[in-house]
Design a protein around this ligand. Structure first.
Ligand SMILES: Cc1cc2nc3c(=O)[nH]c(=O)nc-3n(C[C@H](O)[C@H](O)[C@H](O)COP(=O)(O)OP(=O)(O)OC[C@H]3O[C@@H](n4cnc5c(N)ncnc54)[C@H](O)[C@@H]3O)c2cc1C
Length: 298
């Protein structure tokens, strides 16, 4: 996607079809919000960057949020179909509904009695109460940033890993909010929904019920490539997102967040990417000049 001029001591990357050799400091796989955070940090630090993405370019301006188009600004409801069209299942959902030939209200199944039966071609060994409903992701230049909802809450201290101190989290969140242009944030008081009756009514009701409530809750998948402070088999990357046992291989994305949270994860993943990029740029971790950053996991 993007390439800046060559520098000394760079990685030599052979394109799959061997058309050309690329010389860059950092190869970033995945151009979603996290890959873009790495790219932004490295380019600002005068590193050459090459980003690749398995998905198509869906807008003239790379990675644009598709909801910005005039059509959806006028009427946001049809945008739900765009999201559904872009999401690919990554796993088989644990849908526990039997195949219905009758109207659902006329048909009930005793699930305890019929455990083990294949239901709607789903895996009968998956317990719907314990397993995820099914993961989905989209492939596009800009990643899921092409259609996400842009809610950017900070994780509550009870949801965050304490491998990173509260002061460090605060600084990382400040920078992440700046990169994602979150409002309101430090120094910016405007709220995008301050004139929305619907948002204000719902927020007031919820805040009355739950005084501590800042943002809102939303289930997201975390922890597939968990960050940890020890290489004891319970984590994949170290506290700076470097894969245990590798010198110059880093991961980014929601998979790093070690604990489940009720808050949306992207701001936190961007914060972790900032921390990781800073570490690489200031040379505290790797011994080599070239780096590979994978952000294509969720
Ligand atoms: C409808 C919807 C609404 C959402 N709303 C919110 C929200 O309000 N707040 C929030 O915090 N989060 C929200 N999310 C989640 C948010 O979109 C993700 O947390 C965020 O996009 C993750 O960023 P990422 O860069 O790690 O991954 P992604 O955005 O998934 O980007 C990964 C990229 O990697 C590419 N890729 C995958 N495999 C390969 C490969 N093998 N080779 C090369 N490229 C590859 C993909 O094409 C993709 O472009 C929402 C998600 C959806 C689907």
């Amino acid at each position: 996607m993007a390439q800046t001029p060559k520098r000394k001591n760079q990685a030599h990357i052979t394109a799959p079809n061997a058309i050309e050799n690329l010389e860059v400091d950092v190869l970033i796989i995945g151009s979603g919000p996290v890959g873009c955070t790495f790219a932004r940090k490295f380019v600002a630090a005068d590193r050459s960057v090459y980003m690749i993405d398995a998905g198509a370019m869906l807008s003239k301006r790379p990675g644009e949020h598709l909801k910005n188009s005039f059509l959806y600004q006028r009427d946001v409801n049809p945008f739900a179909s765009v999201i559904r069209g872009h999401l690919h299942y990554l796993s088989v959902p644990t849908n526990n509904q039997p195949a219905l030939t009758l109207d659902p209200v006329a048909y009930k199944v005793d699930r305890d009695r019929y455990t083990g039966f294949v239901r709607n071609n789903q895996n009968p060994d998956q317990n719907p109460n314990k397993n995820l409903d099914g993961a989905a992701a989209s492939y596009a230049v800009g990643g899921m940033g092409t259609h996400w909802t842009c809610a950017c809450p900070r994780l509550h201290s009870s949801e965050r890993t304490n491998i990173i101190s509260d002061d460090q989290w605060a600084a990382l969140y400040d920078e992440a909010e700046g990169l994602l242009n979150v409002s309101p944030r430090r120094g910016i008081s405007t709220h995008p929904f301050e004139h929305s009756i619907r948002h204000n009514v719902i927020r007031e009701i919820l805040q009355k019920e739950y005084n501590e409530l800042q943002g809102h809750a939303a289930p997201h998948i975390h922890g597939t490539t968990r960050l940890g402070d020890k290489n004891d088999g319970t984590s994949v990357v170290d506290p700076y997102s470097r894969v245990w046992g590798f010198d110059n291989l880093y991961l980014g994305g929601n998979g790093l967040i070690p604990v489940g949270s009720a808050s949306n994860p992207t701001l936190t993943s961007v914060a972790l990417a900032i921390r990781s990029a800073d570490t690489i740029i200031h040379g505290r971790q790797s011994q080599t000049d070239s780096h590979l950053v994978g952000t294509a996991s969720s």
